[in-house]
Unconditional design. Structure first.
Length: 376
């Protein structure tokens, strides 16, 4: 019954959108691309990782259309993140909860977008499923050229429907495919964030308040995650205890708003082996990451955040598609439970190897400055 009702609502929503949205226009010509001055990228959901994964598209857009004003429609829940996202000139908040309580407020947002007269609008939602929030905002945005993935009926609202390949690829490449369908460009698919402008001293305070040893590597452990993406707390605890007993690393424990229970379980099983940092702001987490050599977690938003700021990440994937969502920084490592058994022993061994590799990279980057000869 629920599936039948959803199907009816789906058809009703599409029928309404067909009446409300302007008709689809022609695909852009090379001449049109020379006149691009305002661009909108739409990424609405509340997940930190999805906001981070759209950054390669923003960077590529600014590189290809350097004089254009690039606007990103971003979830209000992570509004603080906007100061770290590169290449967007302006951000507009999208509050899904407010709209759920009063759907008519969407009209205010649509009027604002139409007044901005965008030349290009990108629906940067997932290519395998239709997001009606994204589709409605894209279709009604007033953009001259609307670009989105070809997901059946949704394609009729785009001037440039982008074919979805049979073989899944990384989410960053998924977003870049939207731009590839419009123009050629050179860009890297690696997600990147900017260091905070206002430098937080949290990392230094954390070391001082917990009497940490500057010479011993700091590992940040995040045991949280959504549902079945979460590796068991007792497994994280076993890794922490092993690293502590071997004197391999000091461990800062962080978690998110929905992770209190698993964080308590880890702390109860580790005692003094971990130093709780708790729920951190983006700026404070960035500060702590600067003092760390490794970030250990399951598939979660802070995993993408750490990798995008350049901290080596060891990520444990249990059910997610690692090929699509893994961190792709050069030193990052993924342990995929769908391919091999992931145990506390295998995770601990990988941590040790990554810390040793980090030390080797640091040593190779040290520049020997010639000492001045003594004057005669």
């Amino acid at each position: 019954m629920a599936a039948f009702t959803d199907k009816i609502l789906h058809r009703m929503a599409l029928a309404w959108l067909r009446r409300a949205a302007p008709p689809r226009g022609p695909k852009p010509s090379d001449g049109d691309l020379q006149k691009i001055s305002r661009i909108l990228v739409i990424r609405l959901d509340d997940r930190i990782g999805n906001a981070v994964l759209v950054t390669p598209l923003l960077v590529a857009l600014k590189g290809r259309f350097s004089r254009a004003h690039v606007v990103c429609l971003l979830a209000r829940r992570h509004w603080e993140l906007r100061s770290l996202i590169p290449s967007a000139d302006e951000f507009i908040p999208f509050d899904r909860r407010t709209l759920a309580r009063n759907p008519l407020r969407i009209r205010t947002l649509i009027r604002k977008l139409r007044a901005m007269k965008f030349d290009l609008v990108f629906d940067a939602s997932d290519d395998r499923t239709v997001s009606f929030n994204h589709l409605i905002v894209t279709a009604l945005s007033g953009g001259r050229v609307r670009v989105g993935h070809d997901r059946g009926e949704a394609a009729e609202f785009y001037e440039v429907p982008v074919p979805v390949p049979d073989t899944p690829r990384h989410a960053a490449d998924m977003h870049l495919d939207l731009l590839r369908a419009v123009t050629s460009f050179r860009s890297t698919p690696r997600p990147l964030l900017k260091p905070p402008k206002e430098d937080s001293s949290y990392g230094d305070r954390f070391f001082s308040e917990n009497n940490l040893k500057p010479a011993l590597p700091l590992l940040i452990m995040h045991p949280g995650g959504r549902g079945d993406k979460r590796w068991p707390a007792d497994q994280f605890a076993a890794v922490a205890n092993s690293l502590h007993q071997q004197g391999i690393a000091q461990i800062a424990l962080i978690w998110g708003p929905d992770d209190d229970e698993c964080a308590r379980d880890v702390m109860a099983a580790t005692g003094s082996a971990v130093f709780p940092a708790g729920i951190l702001s983006f700026n404070d987490l960035a500060s702590l990451l600067r003092r760390s050599v490794l970030f250990l977690s399951g598939d979660c938003g802070p995993m993408h955040f750490a990798s995008a700021l350049g901290t080596p990440v060891l990520a444990i994937f249990l059910v997610s598609d690692a090929g699509k969502y893994k961190p792709i920084g050069p030193p990052d490592v993924v342990l995929d439970a769908r391919q091999t058994a992931v145990t506390p022993e295998s995770v601990t061994d990988t941590v040790v190897r990554m810390i040793q590799s980090s030390r080797s990279r640091t040593a190779s980057q040290v520049v020997q400055t010639p000492q001045p000869e003594n004057a005669p």
